[in-house]
Design a protein around this ligand. Structure first.
Ligand SMILES: Cc1cc2nc3c(=O)[nH]c(=O)nc-3n(C[C@H](O)[C@H](O)[C@H](O)COP(=O)(O)OP(=O)(O)OC[C@H]3O[C@@H](n4cnc5c(N)ncnc54)[C@H](O)[C@@H]3O)c2cc1C
Length: 640
């Protein structure tokens, strides 16, 4: 029987050998003090592995076979309600019966209490079977967990310090309802004139004289928007005249908005589904245009904190899209491998033709690199979220608290570094690999017969939603350059270390990884020097390590990176290759059988990084000059 977990050696490596389960189990099981806890780390990990095996079998047996039909039939709107094909309804009835919506939800709410990373690994397998069905699945557990995290963060949950159990939570009923499979939710951010530019959001949150909140406005492109619990970002404060466009973010607040109430007289709606988008793919996922008519709403935290609450949710959502894209990549690769092994051309199967063999080798290497990033991001994000809860709610001695806070900072730094890279790379690669898969299939790849074209249609949304590839690139670039400005001496030290290692490390693979690091740092140095000297001409002559603290203090990352913005995507590609090389090196040093994967990655990454470094250091001036002249023309026209 097909099993998407058992047939995947790379995925098994992480579960069986790589993930550092002990600290994660300790936090997830709350030091084994809670009722019904697993008795030990081993027992917990055995359960996690079994749940992955069960999921691997379930998605292969129940999801993959209905994917093509559901894609063809799709969803439609009837009298304001979304109607799905019977196969999809039957699938979700089975998911409900098996309790899979509660995979990562704490036991207190009827869940299985597995770590979120288990949920993400399941999401990869689910998306390998069908990305859009997985998307709808994710708006169950994902929203329940977001509501729980929001309540913990705003201080409306109580944790028993003796057992670590959650004894009170603001949204307990909704979390239980979702866990039981009786409801789901969605994340409502985008509006017609505000996608990447969230400062332009216009949906309003207003309070009446009794302090009750109401949301009014329109949102578009909301996945699973026919759900009951909407996490809505809305404007509660208007920007003051003269404030810059970024000030708009400070006026946003986060709300939980129940879309409807079921009464004895029928369903009363406050949020209306006006339209289902017709899309290229992703046909099992409802993409809704919504209208909020003074919908009763619950404010999360304080007014004006909406953007921060959204970021909290976004991190997990971006990691989720990383795993979803990885599932798509895996499906595209496996389809291509199987087809190339049986299709003959010019006397041999096409996988023996050099060019096709090269494509397949590159696809496999890309997937293994993305999985290294994905596991790293998911692990450190979950550790930092759980440590934050332990620090805020645990009964800790002074020393223990300090130790946990140190750990928390480390995990947060590691997760922050990887998350935009994962979202960027996985989203771009699922499109590239699906296209390759179609090409490897030749003519039948362009037909619906083998399913390769569906993977491309489904994959095309992944570089777009949860923050486009361009937005991820800007985040990755700003993070790395801001880091340099905070600690220029540290940066100079890192350059020296990388250069030294690139010639002196004993292991050739370590030397090669250090060369990539040195090139990456050189590219960052070029970007930061060029950008800074644009701002302060006097800096040109000074070495980076001697830049004054006043420059660093006055630096505004929102405005002062114009030159670097031009090259942000190139830098992001370098950072992806660099971080993957570092992660695979760490694995190779502990597990010699992983050296071969690192060698394959380096063989391609070294040339890519050299080329990208060259592009960053030698191009861009012509285009920047053109943009500058366009801006000054616009300024002159506006003045006339
Ligand atoms: C199938 C689907 C499902 C979705 N699900 C949801 C959902 O559940 N909830 C939700 O809130 N939204 C959802 N979205 C919306 C999605 O998140 C947005 O479409 C996305 O954020 C991009 O916004 P936009 O469409 O307004 O594009 P724009 O923001 O107009 O961007 C257009 C192009 O310009 C680029 N661009 C914009 N600003 C910059 C910049 N400063 N520098 C460089 N390039 C820039 C973008 O990267 C993009 O290439 C969904 C979209 C789709 C297609």
């Amino acid at each position: 029987m097909a099993n998407y977990f058992k047939d995947n050696d790379d995925l098994n490596f992480y579960v069986n050998h790589w993930i550092d389960w002990a600290p994660l189990v300790q936090l997830t099981e709350r030091d084994f003090r809670a009722k019904d806890s697993h008795a030990s780390v081993d027992e917990a990990v055995t359960f996690y592995r079994e749940s992955l095996e069960m999921m691997g079998e379930f998605v292969a047996a129940e999801v993959a076979p209905i994917a093509a039909k559901v894609d063809r039939v799709g969803l439609h709107l009837e009298k304001g309600e979304v109607i799905s094909p019977p196969e999809l309804d039957a699938l979700f009835a089975k998911i409900k019966e098996l309790g899979l919506h509660g995979l990562a939800v704490p036991r207190e709410f009827g869940g299985m209490n597995a770590p979120l990373i288990n949920y993400f690994l399941s999401a990869e397998m689910f998306a390998r079977a069908d990305a859009s069905i997985m998307t709808h699945f994710s708006f169950h557990c994902g929203i329940a967990m977001a509501m729980l995290v929001y309540s913990l963060r705003e201080g409306t949950s109580k944790i028993d310090p003796k057992t670590g159990e959650i004894v009170e939570t603001r949204f307990a009923d909704a979390i239980r309802e979702i866990t039981a499979g009786d409801a789901w939710g969605c994340m409502d951010i985008t509006e017609a004139n505000a996608g990447s530019d969230m400062a332009a959001l216009r949906t309003k949150g207003e309070q009446d004289e009794n302090g009750n909140w109401f949301v009014t406005g329109e949102k578009i492109f909301i996945s699973s928007g026919h759900g009951k619990y909407h996490l809505v970002i809305a404007r509660t404060e208007e920007a003051k005249p003269g404030e810059d466009s970024f000030a708009g973010l400070k006026g946003l607040s986060m709300f939980v908005v129940p879309a409807y109430e079921d009464t004895p007289n029928g369903r009363v709606r406050y949020v209306f589904v006006d339209r289902l988008e017709e899309k290229l793919g992703h046909h099992a996922s409802a993409t809704c245009a919504l209208r909020f008519e003074r919908a009763p709403a619950h404010l999360i935290g304080n007014r004006g904190e909406g953007f921060n609450y959204m970021l909290l949710l976004m991190n997990n959502a971006r990691i989720g899209v990383g795993f979803e894209s990885l599932g798509g990549c895996e499906a595209a690769y496996r389809l291509a491998v199987d087809y190339a092994a049986q299709r003959r051309s010019m006397g041999k199967t096409i996988d023996r033709h050099e060019m096709i063999a090269d494509y397949l080798d590159e696809m496999r290497t890309d997937i293994q690199g993305i999985r290294a990033l994905a596991v790293q991001g998911a692990y450190h994000e979950e550790m930092s979220q759980k440590l934050q809860i332990a620090v805020e709610h645990g009964e800790l001695g002074e020393l223990e608290k300090k130790r946990l806070e140190r750990d928390l900072r480390r995990h947060r730094r590691l997760s922050r570094r990887v998350t935009p890279l994962l979202k960027y790379l996985a989203g771009e690669k699922v499109v590239e690999l699906s296209k390759r898969s179609i090409q490897i299939h030749g003519g039948v790849g362009y037909t619906a017969e083998y399913g390769a074209e569906k993977l491309l249609r489904d994959g095309m949304v992944m570089p777009i939603y949860e923050g486009t590839s361009q937005i991820q690139s800007l985040m990755a670039m700003k993070d790395s350059l801001s880091g340099i400005l905070k600690d220029p001496q540290g940066f100079v030290r890192r350059i020296a270390q990388a250069r030294w290692k690139s010639v002196s490390a004993r292991d050739t693979l370590e030397r090669r990884v250090a060369k990539i690091q040195a090139l990456s740092l050189a590219a960052q140095q070029h970007l930061v020097s060029r950008t800074a000297t644009d701002k302060l001409k006097g800096l040109r002559e000074k070495p980076l390590g001697e830049w004054s603290s006043s420059l660093r203090k006055d630096w505004d990352p929102k405005h002062d990176f114009a030159f670097a913005m031009l090259h942000a995507e190139r830098l992001t590609k370098i950072l992806c290759d660099e971080v993957i090389a570092e992660l695979l090196l760490e694995q190779a040093q502990k597990f010699p059988e992983r050296r071969e994967i690192l060698e394959r990655h380096l063989e391609r990454a070294e040339l890519r990084v050299k080329f990208l470094h060259e592009e960053i250091t030698t191009t861009g001036e012509r285009l920047l000059a053109k943009l500058a002249s366009m801006s000054s023309d616009e300024g002159r026209n506006a003045a006339q």
